[in-house]
Design a protein around this ligand. Sequence first.
Ligand SMILES: *[C@@H]1O[C@H](CO)[C@@H](O)[C@H](O)[C@H]1NC(C)=O
Ligand SMILES: *[C@@H]1O[C@H](CO)[C@@H](O)[C@H](O)[C@H]1NC(C)=O
Ligand SMILES: *[C@@H]1O[C@H](CO)[C@@H](O)[C@H](O)[C@H]1NC(C)=O
Ligand SMILES: *[C@@H]1O[C@H](CO)[C@@H](O)[C@H](O)[C@H]1NC(C)=O
Ligand SMILES: *[C@@H]1O[C@H](CO)[C@@H](O)[C@H](O)[C@H]1NC(C)=O
Length: 730
Amino acid sequence: MIFLTTISVSKKEAGWLTYDELAGKPYTVAYDDRAITINGKRTMLLAAVIHYPRSSPAMWKDLFNKVKLNGLNTIQTYVFWNIHEKKRGQKYNFDFNYDLFRFLDLAREAGLFVNLRIGPYVCAEWNYGGLPVWLNNIPNMAFRSNNEPWKKEMGRFVTDVARMVEPYLARRGGPIILSQIENEFRDGDPEYINWCGKLIEDLNIQVPWIMCSGDSANQTILACNSCNCVDDGFVEEHSTKHPHQPLMWTENEGWFEQWGTAQATRSPQDLAYSVLGWIAAGGSYHAYYMWHGGNNYGLSAASMITTKYAYDVNLHSDGTFNEPKFSHLGNVHRITSKYASVLLQQDKVERVPIPVWNQHTSQWVISTEQFAYEYTHTNGSHSLTFLYSKSKVQVNVLYHHLNITMSAKSVLMLDRDDTVLFNTSQVGSTLIRSKSQQIVKSSLSWKAWKEPIDGLNKVPVIKSNQLLEQLNVTQDDVNRMWYRVQVNQQVDDDQDVNISFKARHGSAYLFFVNDEFKGQVVSMEQVGDFKLTKNFKILKKNNYILSVLSVSFGLHNGVHKNQKEYKGILGEFLLNNKDISHDLWTHQKGLLGDHLGIVDPNVRMDVVPWDDDVEKYKNTPLVWYVAEFDVPNKVSQLAVNNPVSVKIDQGSLHRGHVFVNGFDLGMYYTTPGKCEGSVPCSEFVKDMCGKPTQIYYHIPPELVKERRNKIVIIEEIGGNVKDVQIVSNE
Ligand SMILES: *[C@@H]1O[C@H](CO)[C@@H](O)[C@H](O)[C@H]1NC(C)=O
Ligand SMILES: *[C@@H]1O[C@H](CO)[C@@H](O)[C@H](O)[C@H]1NC(C)=O
Ligand SMILES: *[C@@H]1O[C@H](CO)[C@@H](O)[C@H](O)[C@H]1NC(C)=O
Ligand SMILES: *[C@@H]1O[C@H](CO)[C@@H](O)[C@H](O)[C@H]1NC(C)=O
Ligand SMILES: *[C@@H]1O[C@H](CO)[C@@H](O)[C@H](O)[C@H]1NC(C)=O
């Protein structure tokens, strides 16, 4: 028998390419088993994930410049269906931070490729995983499955997006080189997967499509999503199951926070180990999820997800550098692009176990945790080796007769003469200095107005003999809904009132008897139904109005076939063991302040009687606060680089939303962040235990004016507004 060893002799063009080298002329994108090919050239793609609605147009240009500075060549984003089509069939909304086309224009101008993940289910810790809530009202809807109503709506949106981005496709000389259908699909349903494959085939946009983690259609490349796609076994499994596809990693997790949990951090060394290890193992596409997390403005956060998103990634949420992570990974990118042609010319790389020093036996032994990956340029002009140690402790390995020290979980890149080109454990000292924080304004002159509780105002209400589901009434235009009921009970003496009801995760319920606040119950879970109870005392009374304000902290991002999201009081409302869920309930969408538009700078101040004496509202629930602030000209002019934020710390306010010049900066919550509980990737370490998960709320730079910025806060529980400050980095 004769064994033929095929040595790679393909004189393939391979290496590093940026979009500006293509000069806007039509080009082709395809792939082979090693990489994405652009005009036939295998191309190393290093991507920054930036979600356009999580920042703003004035930031995008700056972010893209920083992407280039960081040595990357690709931008990756989802498309967020529920912001573009809030109402079914409306003209798609591309205003302000929803302006996908401006985002693509700026990526093109910056010379960056784009991977557009259309979904339309995106997960993403985004409200309802990107799905519009009106899907709930379509009869027989079964999300993300082989279901006609779902396929009709999904097919329509995906087709519309594909048509709208036509000028940005590679075949038109645009920056889009990759797309994605569905996301993290693991629910079986091969008919649906085949339908997804057929859909993209019909769209024929002539760029490769990926599917990220889970099942994948034959017309797509299956990509990885993890904290480490080498150590989790993806490389081996993928090479066996999909030998003709390149190794692509769409989401290297930087993690994110939930209200009530402490900040999760991942070390630059661990991140560098995962990235360079992936390149060593044959990866040719890598994306940081996120590279810039940004902010979940308005109601865009999924259930329990904080307003800042993925804070500890390469750039902080406000766009400032996260050092030393930014610079350390920048060095990984530069060394990768420099040697991309040596790497990608080779068709396959084997991982070879190498000897490790056993201290106890004083012997070299072949280990299962240390490997070498060797690359040789086809013309013999260069060779490169990566040494890889996944051991959790420092070890010594033997390579070419050299006794080499490797830190725990690290990768060494060696030149042809075995000198160390890069060591993922060695964080350099050339960092970009961060600016110090300055208070721009404190002790603003606030005014207060208390939201009326009784409901005796001119807001439309719905009366019904049953408790209505919240999203069906609000369509998620606002995150609060009142439930009110008249209670007629003969009460001879002061009494305990005991309430028990079925509630939904990621929600707060505030109780009022007539005007009097009786406290709240909060369900801090991310998903599920819960029976909640509330006890309080009332004074001798015969009749009273019981008002319950249901507050949603966002809709869960995990959406599956028969899993519609809902909010509010779900029924079984027991008052002292009597079921009153079929009494006559009054439902009110949002607060009176919402209806009057008091956050809007164009609405006259005198629509409500603002009170200058804010001191007396300290610790009063449901109070609106308003103030104006100026910022020095040099701060407002430079707000992109010197981000301006609202600082809300523990001891000032408790929970609510903050608006600047009519724009909702998102939910704030000063509940302490616990360090207990694990993050799926063991590499993460919790930081700042017991402090609020978030203290700074970023203002998009174009909203920062030099004069008369209007800030409005709705505080749900009560606190001291006087401690709220406006801060900036100078
Ligand atoms: C997908 O590819 C596999 C393997 O080649 C094949 O068995 C299967 O029939 C294909 N599915 C479809 C729907 O084409
Ligand atoms: C390799 O280096 C380690 C650490 O310096 C040392 O303990 C060990 O004895 C060396 N092994 C050999 C064979 O030199
Ligand atoms: C890699 O860096 C770590 C941390 O500085 C160091 O302990 C180790 O000796 C280095 N290894 C090599 C081969 O440079
Ligand atoms: C939503 O409201 C409509 C009209 O009020 C009603 O017909 C429908 O059953 C409601 N759906 C749910 C899920 O509550
Ligand atoms: C209500 O709850 C309180 C405190 O848990 C308890 O002492 C009281 O007996 C309960 N009353 C009723 C009517 O269930």
